[in-house]
Design a protein around this ligand. Sequence first.
Ligand code: DAH
Length: 345
Amino acid sequence: MEPQKIDIKLLETTIKKELADARETSDFEAILKKYLEKETGVLSKILRGLKDLSEEERKTIGPKANELNSLIRSEVFKASQSKSEDNSSDWEDITEPSQELEVGHLHPIALVLKDVSRIFGGMGFEIALGSEIENDWYNFDALNIPKDHPARDMWDTFWLKEFRTEAKDKLLLRTHTSPVQIHYMQNQKPPLRVIVPGRVFRHEMTDASHEFDFFQIEGLMVDQNVSVANFSAILNEFFNQFFGKEVKMKLRPSFFPFTEPSFEVDISCINCDGQGCPACKQTGWMELMGAGMVHPNVFKSAGIDSKKYQGFAFGIGLDRLAMLKYKINDIRLFKGCDLRFLKQF
Ligand code: DAH
């Protein structure tokens, strides 16, 4: 091609039009071939001939020719890219690992509740539920905690403003699951074996080990000849199964108005198996729950003959069990809705 005959303006218009009209991959390939094939391409020849042009021509033609070169290449490249994206929807690579689906899962408290229910269920205990709003007779009086008795101070109570009309009993948010013992005994005849999971409320400041609402599991067994030995055997079996290892258990004398005798139950530290570690403050033991033999006054409130029947009762913090099992050091995490925490279960 004669260098002086190059009409670079016309060439530019032509190329741009051809690019704009191109639809198929083959159109783009044809443009590439026509203008940029090494030997015969129109632009390739111009570029090759630049050195033979006059200074003047080189200045006008050179930059334009380079620009058109880049334009063609980038348009052809873009077309091939979008083509391969289009293609991807036409077929499926079944060997490609699929995207992981987000599936819902149980909250740690629910997991622990499931475990506890399964283990006690295996030992013949049924599950009962009660109301979160109680009156003070069920929450206190019936459990041998009379009005104005100082023992009521053991439970800082959320009182409700409403009164129940018939009995004028004061309403409250239950401070423990123990009132369900009374409801249950009023409605069922011994022998009884029951656990009662549920939310309870305390008018307390929160910190790493206290919440103003948390979960308890109440347990009650009533029959003829039930003794502390039955209690120990059943609870020890529960702990062994729950923690998946041999757990030692010891009872310490304590006081609850609704049991006599009453005791605190300690288990060998599940962290260090009783060797002594920071979790058990080097004692080898962890305090876990309150329990005792059902007080005759409690049987009386529920209409059960305490001369004929005995029973044991206990109350465990579900949150506490979950914290021990999953090594969680702050009770507030359970209600925190922090997905980084919840997704671990
Ligand atoms: N209700 C007690 C509390 O919330 C726990 C408890 C202790 C329950 C001893 C019992 C028991 O049934 O026998 O602190």
